[in-house]
Design a protein around this ligand. Structure first.
Ligand code: COA
Length: 182
């Protein structure tokens, strides 16, 4: 098991976090409401919080089943992708990702996600890789589908962010043969 292994895709470098990531994560992610519109989750709200989050991610590398990559394009940090909550009994893990708004729609999420899904399935031998998103989060849905995940469950009105309520869509990557729900 190699944990958060450095990887290159056609355009991206996926690498381990370093302390210096805290500032760009606060500036590019923590200050932009578009980054947490569909999750309500903002661990980079202040520089302090971003530093604490990055320190926790770095400490997590001691546990090989805790995966956290910074996504770089052209030497700049443009996103994050990680996998967490490994369930040893089911050999399953959950994945999450974000791309700074200025870099949306360039296929970066799809490219990073495909690399991580194949790495976790083929090299780390994780049987089931799951992710969820709000039904209105079209970019996330499209990226997951293009990277080979299939929708397996819809939880009606299960997600509340501020005043908004969304259906919570669950996706899985199980290689060939995963069944789609209606
Ligand atoms: C979801 C997210 C990671 C997508 O990142 P991205 O790099 O823009 O995704 P991609 O460029 O790979 O896009 C995949 C597809 O979705 C489309 N897309 C991306 N953002 C979109 C948007 N806001 N509205 C409509 N379509 C969108 C792209 O055009 C592409 O479709 P296409 O291939 O048919 O042209 C990014 O929007 C994000 O970080 N959002 C905030 C955090 C978040 O919601 N994370 C996911 C939580 S589950």
């Amino acid at each position: 098991m190699l944990g958060t292994k450095e990887m290159r895709t056609a355009r991206l470098l996926l690498r381990r976090h370093v302390e210096a990531d805290a500032k760009p994560l606060h500036e590019g992610f923590g200050k932009d409401p578009a980054m947490f519109e569909y999750s309500g989750w903002n661990p980079y709200e202040s520089l302090d919080m971003a530093e604490k989050t990055v320190a926790e991610l770095i400490a997590g590398y001691d546990e090989p089943r805790s995966y956290a990559w910074a996504i770089e394009h052209g030497g700049r940090l443009v996103g994050t992708i990680g996998a967490y909550d490994f369930d040893a009994e089911k050999n399953a893990i959950e994945i999450g990702m974000s791309i700074e708004k200025a870099s949306w729609g360039k296929g970066f999420a799809t490219e990073a996600l495909a690399a991580v899904l194949h790495y976790l399935a083929e090299e780390e031998k994780v049987a089931t890789i799951a992710a969820w998103c709000a039904s209105d989060n079209i970019g996330s849905r499209r990226a997951m589908e293009k990277a080979g995940m299939v929708k397996v469950k819809t939880e009606k009105d299960a997600l509340t962010v501020g005043d908004a309520t969304f259906d919570k869509l669950w996706y899985e990557f199980r290689g060939e043969g995963a069944e789609k729900d209606a």
